[in-house]
Design a protein around this ligand. Structure first.
Ligand SMILES: *Cc1c(COP(=O)(O)O)cnc(C)c1O
Length: 378
């Protein structure tokens, strides 16, 4: 089965009891047992048919064996971190999602799990950060918001050599464009709130693995810690996933056109997009992914122009988040990445004049006009 077919026919496909072409939403919190211990489903935190159908679909589309659905992307990352114990060390991509940075620096730290933030595009720096107590490498590629690309082939090779797990947050590329499990990663996770849901109406997280030992540990953690995705949200996510392929294709086409527009605009000083041949990670990304996605970051001449732009678009909504049918615009330094200290942000290149857009499904001509008017607004 190819990817777009799998998005629709993967997992359980239709409902086997009624023939319904979509999965039913099962709201029951508990299930009758035919004698003690004789049941298919026991209790809805442990397992629910709608969530199970979604989890089978997630496993399929990421080329894994087992999927787990959580109440948010952060809940998914937290559950994965429960694989580790006090004293363990993890190497993490330095310009990781702001919430992930906050979790690692301010919460896991209290549990005695230590992290080093490293530019994982630099393999020598990455290897130098590995300590005797290192247990895993946690990556995002491309990163948020500068779209830096880490070589997944090389990192998973290095991780295997040092007996480390490779964990990849694949939110930006989606399973439609990039499948880290096929490139040697051990755990893939998603903020399903973004492209998988795709319609700004569900907050969810996903974890997918291909190894039975990791699967049983994560299943145990999911049930024990309990941040599961509810049945209605599981259903919404399955509905979103059906159109992931066509959404990503259309977003890709529009993004390429908007990149061209931005490159030729006099107020724009630099455009970050992995599809650009001169982007530092272009060649590596082209080897490990099939598309470049719908996130574009760019710097403008001044902070004032940046603020004017984000305040004056009509179709690009000023909002956090990304990956939906609506185009969104933000200033990462003041929004998604505000929890990263300013000097560190500047070090990473996340300046106050950096704008990030998430390209949606509107007519691209309207989107370009919208940016043109906002960029020249006085
Ligand atoms: C949004 C996001 C998260 C967090 O997911 P939530 O669903 O908001 O909890 C994690 N990683 C990346 C890359 C994200 O964009």
């Amino acid at each position: 089965m190819r990817q777009k077919t799998k998005l629709i026919h993967g997992g359980r496909g239709f409902d086997s009891t009624t023939g319904a072409v979509t999965q039913p939403i099962q709201l029951a919190s508990t299930f009758k047992q035919d004698g003690i211990g004789n049941f298919i489903y026991e209790y809805a935190r442990t397992g629910n048919p709608t969530r199970s159908a979604l989890e089978e679909l997630l496993a399929d589309i990421e080329y894994g064996t087992d999927g787990f659905a959580f109440s948010s992307g952060m809940a998914a990352i937290t559950a994965v971190m429960k694989l580790f114990v006090q004293g363990d060390h993890i190497v993490v991509t330095d310009d990781v999602y702001g919430g992930t940075y906050r979790l690692f620096s301010n919460v896991l730290h209290k549990e005695g799990i230590h992290v080093s933030f490293v530019d994982t595009t630099d393999l020598l720096a990455l290897e130098a950060a590995i300590l005797p107590e290192t247990k895993a490498i946690f990556l995002e590629t491309p990163t948020n918001p500068l779209l830096k690309v880490t070589n997944l082939f090389k990192v998973t090779e290095l991780a295997k050599h040092h007996q480390l797990l490779t964990i990849v947050d694949n939110t930006f590329s989606t399973p439609y464009w990039q499948n880290p499990l096929r490139l040697g990663a051990d755990i893939v996770l998603h903020s399903a709130t973004k492209y998988l849901g795709g319609h700004s109406d569900v907050v969810a997280g996903a974890v997918i693995v291909k190894d039975s030992s990791l699967a049983s540990q994560l299943g145990y953690i999911q049930n024990a810690t309990g941040a599961v995705l509810g049945p209605s949200d599981s259903w919404l996510l399955m509905r979103g996933i059906k159109t992931l392929g066509i959404r990503m294709e259309e977003i890709e086409t529009s993004s390429r056109q908007l990149v061209k527009f931005l490159q030729s605009h006099p107020s724009v000083t630099k455009v970050y997009y992995p599809g650009l041949v001169k982007h530092s990670g272009h060649a590596i990304h082209a080897l490990q992914a099939r598309g470049y996605g719908g996130i574009i970051s760019f710097t403008v001449l001044s902070e004032e122009i940046a603020l004017n732009t984000t305040n004056n678009t009509h179709y690009f909504t000023l909002a956090e988040s990304l990956g939906a049918v609506e185009s969104l615009i933000s200033i990462p330094a003041k929004m998604t990445h505000a929890s990263i200290p300013k000097d560190r942000r500047e070090q990473l290149g996340i300046t106050d004049s950096l704008i990030r857009i998430s390209v949606g499904l509107e007519d691209v001509e309207d989107l370009a006009e919208d940016l043109e008017i906002a960029l020249t607004h006085k």
